[in-house]
Design a protein around this ligand. Structure first.
Ligand SMILES: NC(=O)c1ccc[n+]([C@@H]2O[C@H](COP(=O)([O-])OP(=O)(O)OC[C@H]3O[C@@H](n4cnc5c(N)ncnc54)[C@H](O)[C@@H]3O)[C@@H](O)[C@H]2O)c1
Length: 353
């Protein structure tokens, strides 16, 4: 097997590349990354010691992919992954990486008859529809009432049937455009590909920022100090996300690659699900317990144009198709993240503080 993970020095990409190499020691696993994300440079040592070949390259440049040569599997994890990207500049980088770069990856995979696993996002679903969910505030979080339901949503979360018309952030738009191109390549050009619309992913080595990777950021600030704020929706921290451990995501990717005839062309919503969801307010409590200290969290009631108050994945379709279910709880994810932060403080503190 020759496996390429694009964005392979990033949070998800580095885990996926190292897992594949560990489980298939005879395979050649390559991680291509331009090291744009601050902190991705720290992955180089981990990749090297795990036997993954690092290729410094850029998905925007098809020649960098051509240098990789033949492949059996391409896992597309490169991205500008922030939902705020392009709002205040940087649109060209976002579009050229997330859309044109993905097309370059698809073309390379087609040329070499390689299977593609594409990491899309829950952000393909329009902001206005998500904001229109009938959320009820409880003491610690927004809740979808148990009996209420609508097109593509229920108390279990958001399904693949959730309506797509509307705006979704430029980030979500680049991912949805990529999904459309993938569907064409699968239908008419013989590509084998699976699309996973992921909710929030978390785990060690995520270089959390305000606009992306909030679990890692929340944990790091509680441990190392620094400012945090509840932004938007009244500034009380009631907004909810489900969280999936990157190890659980890898198990799903393995399953999909192993049964590609079944999953080819499919689109799945993939996340921690309702049982593995958390509000910011609840996350604060869990982080304070683990850090042994409490931060004063500022309230900023104004809502950012692309923010959503609630996203929980309904995993029914992916579970039915694969038998896969997330195993790791929010508590387990936080224990892993805190363990990592403590063990690697000297490397990561300056980046995360
Ligand atoms: N982390 C999440 O919560 C989450 C949720 C949904 C979807 N996703 C998707 O999963 C994938 C991985 O996300 P992540 O959390 O690991 O992000 P990340 O930022 O940690 O990793 C992305 C990597 O891509 C690299 N990169 C950026 N532009 C590049 C380019 N032009 N050429 C080559 N490399 C480039 C970055 O340097 C970085 O190492 C992305 O496609 C993201 O959109 C992530």
């Amino acid at each position: 097997m020759r496996i390429l993970v694009t964005g392979g020095a990033g949070f998800v990409g580095s885990h996926v590349a190292l897992f594949f190499k560990r489980e298939e020691p005879g395979s050649t696993v390559m991680a291509l990354d331009n090291l744009k994300r601050r902190g991705s440079e720290l992955a180089l040592r981990r990749l090297a010691s795990g036997g993954v070949e690092f290729r410094h390259g850029d998905v925007r440049n098809s020649e960098d992919l051509a240098d990789i040569g033949s492949l059996d599997l391409l896992v597309e994890c490169s991205a500008e992954p922030s939902s705020q990207a392009g709002l205040y500049g940087g649109e060209r980088y976002l579009i050229n990486t997330n859309l044109i770069g993905t097309i370059n990856c698809l073309d390379h995979a087609r040329r070499h008859d390689a299977t593609v696993i594409f990491l899309s996002t829950s952000r393909v679903y329009p902001i206005a529809h998500l904001r229109a969910l009938p959320l009820v505030p409880s003491e610690t979080r927004f809740v979808v009432p148990a009996a209420s339901t609508g097109p593509g949503w229920s108390a279990r979360g958001i399904t693949e049937e959730f309506p797509l018309p509307g705006s979704r952030s430029l980030y979500g738009a680049t991912k949805l455009c990529s999904e459309l191109i993938i569907a064409e390549y699968v239908e008419f050009h013989g590509l084998r590909a699976v699309i996973n619309r992921c909710g929030v992913l978390a785990g060690p080595w995520q270089m959390g920022r305000i606009d992306q990777g909030f679990v890692g950021l929340w944990a790091a600030r509680h441990l190392f100090g620094g400012a945090l704020s509840y932004n938007g929706f009244g500034g009380t921290g009631l907004q909810v996300r489900d969280v999936l451990h990157v190890d659980d995501l890898y198990r799903l990717i393995r399953e999909q690659v192993g049964q590609i005839e079944i999953h080819n062309g499919k689109i799945y919503n993939v996340g921690g699900g309702a049982d593995c969801s958390v509000s910011l307010k609840e996350l604060t409590e869990k982080c304070a317990e683990r850090a042994g200290q409490r931060l004063a969290i500022v309230s900023r009631p104004e809502t950012d144009p692309v923010d959503i108050p609630f996203y929980v994945t309904d995993n029914t379709a992916v579970a039915a198709a694969t038998g896969w279910r997330p195993h790791l709880s929010v508590g387990h994810i936080l224990d892993d993240v805190f363990g990592w932060l403590r063990d690697h403080r000297t490397e990561v503190e300056a980046i995360l503080k």
